[in-house]
Design a protein around this ligand. Sequence first.
Ligand code: UDP
Ligand code: MG
Length: 208
Amino acid sequence: MISVVLPAYNEKENIIPAITKISEVIEGAGEDYELLFISDGSSDGTYDVIKEQSLANPHVKGAEFSRNFGKEAAIFAGLSISSGDAVIVMDCDLQHPVSAIPEMIAKWKDGAEVVEGIKNSRGREGIFHKLCAGVFYGIMSSLIKIDMSSSSDFKLLDRKAVDALLELPESNTFFRALSFWIGFKSEKVYYDVEERRSGKSKWSLGGL
Ligand code: UDP
Ligand code: MG
């Protein structure tokens, strides 16, 4: 069984399209699955949509934070309630293409314990956003000695790797780096960043 963890902060319009597209692809790959939406203290009714969908569809489950804790916390909450033999973490605005999922599953079945989604391009971003991301990844990559510039939170993790991540004592996590750092057998899948399906990026200038 495959779990898909989807952090969702004010993504009301994106929940149903995400369910439709992801279900289609995973059913096409012949796998059983659960879709775990973690509403990160949304104020637009995102959790109402998740609840409604979970009542109508046994594959859909969800949780809601008491306030906005950030995507990292939402990812780790999702991992902690997942029960799949493998867990896929992806954004619920559909910027992570569902078409990459079958390749991730195939690499996992061939023995990979962590399948990293690697960005071919960073999608449409402003020059300032690109610059900030470049400086951040430059510093980060030199500190941890791993090239992080094309990495993302789009990943598949084997249960073993999920359990290792959940055992870490860190309270301030950085999922995309820790999933390298735990050191399991890893493979890469390359993808093009899609346009956000609906709504706006949650990165404010300050946050960036
Ligand atoms: N997200 C979240 N909590 C936050 C900010 C974002 O759970 O505080 C989720 C968001 O709903 C989306 C994913 O994290 O599913 C990526 O966020 P966003 O699209 O804003 O980032 P970008 O794609 O612009 O890097
Ligand atoms: Mg996005």
